[in-house]
Ligand binder design. Structure first.
Ligand SMILES: [Zn+2]
Length: 66
């Protein structure tokens, strides 16, 4: 089942970035996702199927929480 991930969501991944951070902000969605590391601001591209295997937790954008 595809995960529902939207621009502005914050993801916690199973594998940490080399800088030590595990949280990434979603900048762009599609077949490939663009994420910004919250530790060092590096931007990474990751294929949806790879991302879905690595996501531990999805934090929704605050304004989406009713
Ligand atoms: Zn980083």
């Amino acid at each position: 089942m595809p995960l529902e991930i939207n621009v502005g969501d914050t993801l916690e991944l199973k594998k940490q970035h080399p800088c030590g951070s595990k949280t990434f902000l979603v900048m762009r969605t599609g077949m490939d996702f663009r994420l910004t590391c919250q530790g060092c601001n590096a931007q990474i591209w990751i294929a949806r199927k790879d991302l879905e295997k690595r996501v531990r937790k999805i934090s929704k954008k605050e304004q989406d929480i009713k």
